[in-house]
Ligand binder design. Sequence first.
Ligand code: DP6
Length: 323
Amino acid sequence: MRVTTRACANIAFIKYWGNRPEGGNFPLNPSISMNLADCLTTTTLQLESSLKEDSIVINGTPAAGKAALRTSKFLDEARHRAGVSTKAILHSSNNFPTGSGIASSASGFAALAVAAARAYGINLGTDDLSRLARLGSGSAARSVPAGFVELAEGRANEQAVARQLAPETHWPELRDVIVICSTSEKAISSADGHHLAHSSEMYPARLAAVPERAERVRAAIKDRDLKTLGEASEEDALSMHAVMMTSIPPLLYWTARTVEIIHKVWELRKKGIMGYFTIDAGPNVHVITTEEFAQSLQKALSSFGEVRVDRPGPGAAIIEEST
Ligand code: DP6
């Protein structure tokens, strides 16, 4: 059995930051994102009974260490559910550069969840595929359904599932202008950062504030209201980074460039170019806007680094299979 799948990365308007300490990537707050149509992982999985270990190749290079272990552990979960032990050959590649500030683990584990379920013959619907992807990476759960997606907070599998709020066709004019001002690897992974969140004095305040902000984001998506979506996204990114910066030890993912871009986005907005920033666990800046302003933003921000313009994308899917 050989199966090829494809999944988009995603950008969160309401960020997932902090999870339950006992493992399983159970988020402590709801998060809301949109899939990115042009940031894709393509994954081919082939079961091979003669193999003693999984063979994992990511972007053309055999995976070793942490990455290989994380992937094999994920495949173990699929094998456990299927009641088989057959190892696999895995080839996974991204069409966006690693270290570009676009989380490859979201698209990577979403593509892998769909591939593993199919190859190992586990019959899962979208809800269960998102739960499976969540075990690889919390944000990967949101790359399983198409378009605009919410991952609920949850103490148990039943709740901690990502569901579609609206399909990608609902707001096709929405854009994410991604400013890649640094390509260096982040020093502290999100996985470690989630644990540190609990040490921040700001974290309880953030958790208390998110539900109301999430409600604004749901309404903004429903009404295709850029201003409301953008304002809530900026607030949420600043809130998450305040938690990061006040964790012990502190996490400061921003560089001087990041701050310059924030000021530039605000300056452009005063001139009527309507873009709103959001920032993940890294220095690069995503500017949420619409088709109308995307080109002006791309031009105005190009002096800070490479700029990619993305749009709402589909869910994770099988694109080819053979036996
Ligand atoms: C800041 O635990 O999903 O991007 O596995 O490193 O991709 P990785 O991270 P994950 O946490 C995501 C953290 C975030 C916010 C978000 O996407 O919601």
